[in-house]
Design a binder for this molecule. Sequence first.
Ligand SMILES: [Zn+2]
Length: 394
Amino acid sequence: MASTFEFQQTVGKTASLSGTSLHTGEKVSLKLQPAPVDHGIKFKRKDLQDEPTIDARIDNLKTVERATTIGEGPMRVHTVEHVLAALSAMGVDNAIVEMDANEPPIGDGSAQPYVDLIKKAGMTVQEEPRKFFDVREPMYVESKTGALLVLLPDEKFRISCTQAGPNNRFTQYLSMEVTAAAFEREIAPARRHKVLDIIGDLALVGRRIRGHVVAAKPGHSANADLARAVAREQTRRSALSVTRAVPRGDSGFDTDEVMQILPHRFPFLMVDRIISFEGETKCIGIKTVTINEPFFQGHFPGHPVMPGVMQVEAMAQVASILLFKLAKTTSRIGYFMSADGVKFRKPVLPGDTIFIHAELTKSRGERLAKAKCHCVVNDAVVSEGELMFTFVDK
Ligand SMILES: [Zn+2]
């Protein structure tokens, strides 16, 4: 991966495939078409009136018996998981899958025909960055049938799968990083089917997962439960960064006010605004971290993580605002002298909103001040430290 972050992709041109549907035995043709950024994968039923389309999203999941079926109203699309697995693993983020039946052509039961189709259509890189779901805490789902899926933090999308036959005999194990090459080589041609189904079912999340799926005896139902859990966690994260960022009013400082106090400017202004003050000694600032922050380009190529020192800088800037309010004068300038007990607990990633808490603990005489600070993302402390400042006349 040479670029700082990955861009969304769609297919280069329309390509089609025909075959027989598994359930009805009828002839089906499937057309893969390019789609714009943030479109995701949608299925289109060309054979129905008004040619309805449906998002390949977990919210639209209808049944998981034997195969994965999505639907909306009376419309259904059956057995979507192999097409979705191939699109996801081969790197297609946006596409329309148009069909003239309720099910894709099944071929030989493998994903090979879809891989061939995607290669025939080619790939186009688009202008928006990909959306990822980064696993931060282990998650798991378990089913009564004995399926267990654990999702662990990882920089890559990996699957380790143990599959057992009747009475737990004929155990098979496979562990791989899901890349286009590995998918083409190991998954698409085989009926080692369980990994294929996991990739396809998790594609219903609508974001690329960076995490390690450890699966024992998986099935569509457990896969769908995990996809649902991931989607729920994503919704929770989005809600946290939106609603918490909203409070505005007399109690805070907007960006203009912040910039009247702090001399820092882009890209070194590390606080967007102050959302609340508590008395004279406490406040909370926020900073929305976007992929456009210059430091992501080198920290690290292909794996953007906000440098810890930039979080300390954010703490220092928020603490400076408290000091300024306290001094109510611009005749002196505060210098950041030292930081004690600094800990970086969790990675901060593009898309995160950081809540920067600062509290003045000591202001000794006119010359020294101490502030206890911590940064919070998604309700978890990501970093903390105690900062010391000194004042000098301008
Ligand atoms: Zn399958």
